[in-house]
Write a protein that binds this ligand. Structure first.
Ligand SMILES: NC(=O)c1ccc[n+]([C@@H]2O[C@H](COP(=O)([O-])OP(=O)(O)OC[C@H]3O[C@@H](n4cnc5c(N)ncnc54)[C@H](O)[C@@H]3O)[C@@H](O)[C@H]2O)c1
Length: 360
């Protein structure tokens, strides 16, 4: 089922960060829609990464490269001549950003500058989607959702780097891409996502499945923290819908877009673990209190713009979000030999929810 009106069939699409969690899922989806897919990123970190276990390197053209290296990235753009670019390469972890602020700012800010420099010098590019984060907003820790025209901010280095990446996007767009015939561009802001194939450190769901796999007890420090849980394909669907629309109508769809969950998907870590335990044997031990550095506690996105103008909306409710996630991890843990096909099957199952009223 093609949710994108055939927009990607035969198109040359470049994904930066294709070896990462979201990037690898997007590349599988794009391949399944008949796109010619190219990727530029650092090598995968472990053999468990989705990019490795799905054998993506054999199904697309990937180049190991650093977005902080402008000349190397430019050469790749000039070689592959992409029509559509999704920029997802980033240092995406808040805790890591406290230990490595220079790496975080140089990757997320200068890496984005380099991306737009490459776009400026590559006439084949028609559409660019810049992926940032819900953390790009100046977070006032209030109950209301942020709108696309709220001010940028960020207290910790990661959040500030994503606020800066938004300013870079806006500056390049206003300064260099206003003439007729310029590529169309937009920025996508989404929150935490979950799904099979993510084994990053210090994220609750990877920690859950590490405990399941090794049959050990999961130590839970923040059971009452609520998060807007979202399946990985929800924002990926949003970024791709945005690209489809920008190809057809650059004026109407340029700018910033939020891709968050519906309000009723804010559940606590304890709710999430209880939902996982319905299907999977998991032992937990709660030890409240944490000496971790500051992380935003209350952060909501207002998704009215994407729902009303883009006609995008989350397709899965909380139970389905957790079920899709469990199925994705268990396929791997139980030794499914063809994880690429398993991911494609999940993409098809996800897309089939498009016309069903399942989110409420
Ligand atoms: N996963 C989430 O919950 C989440 C939430 C909000 C926003 N995001 C954003 O979505 C995007 C993708 O995140 P993810 O979860 O897939 O992260 P990930 O860590 O799984 O993947 C990051 C990708 O970026 C690449 N990368 C990192 N530094 C690089 C560099 N210097 N040069 C080239 N490539 C580099 C990595 O190799 C990898 O391919 C990021 O921009 C992230 O900030 C993610």
């Amino acid at each position: 089922m093609d949710l994108f009106e055939n927009a990607f069939q035969g198109k040359r699409v470049l994904v930066t960060g294709d070896t990462g969690f979201k990037g690898s899922w997007m590349c599988i989806w794009l391949k399944n829609l008949g796109a010619e897919v190219f990727g530029y990123a650092l090598p995968p970190k472990t053999d468990k990464d989705n990019f490795v276990t799905t054998n993506l390197a054999k199904k697309m053209v990937h180049q190991d490269g650093d977005i902080r290296d402008l000349e190397s990235m430019k050469a790749f753009f000039q070689k592959v001549k992409p029509e559509i670019v999704f920029h997802m390469a980033a240092q995406p972890l808040v805790l890591h950003s406290y230990q490595n602020p220079v790496e975080t700012f140089s990757t997320n800010v200068m890496g984005t500058v380099h991306l737009f420099e490459c776009v400026r010098e590559t006439p084949s590019v028609r559409v660019v989607i810049n992926v940032t984060s819900d953390k790009c907003y100046d977070n006032k820790e209030w109950v209301w959702g942020y709108r696309e025209n709220d001010p940028m901010g960020g207290k910790d280095p990661y959040s500030a780097s994503k606020g800066c990446a938004e300013l870079v996007f806006s500056s390049y767009w206003h300064s260099f891409f206003q003439k007729p015939g310029s590529p169309a561009m937009a920025s996508g802001r989404a929150g935490n996502v979950i799904g099979g194939g993510d084994w990053a450190e210090n994220r609750i769901i990877p920690d859950v499945f590490r405990a399941v796999e090794s049959n050990t007890t999961l130590l839970v420090r923040n059971p009452r923290a609520t998060r807007p849980w979202q399946f990985v394909l929800e924002p990926v669907y949003g970024y791709m819908k945005l690209a489809e629309k920008l190809l057809a109508n650059p004026q109407k769809y340029s700018g910033g877009w939020n891709f968050g969950p519906l309000d009723n998907n804010n559940y606590s870590v304890a709710d999430l673990l209880n939902q996982v335990k319905i299907k999977v044997k998991l032992q937990t031990s709660y030890q409240e209190g944490s000496d971790n550095p500051h992380e935003a506690h209350l952060l909501k996105l207002d998704i009215s713009k994407a729902v009303s103008i883009l006609k995008w909306q989350p397709l899965l409710n909380f139970q389905k979000t957790v079920d899709f996630t469990i199925n994705g991890y268990m396929a791997e843990i139980q030794g499914n030999k063809n994880l690429f096909e398993a991911r494609v099957a999940q993409i098809e199952a996800y897309a089939s929810h498009c016309n069903k009223d399942t989110t409420v």
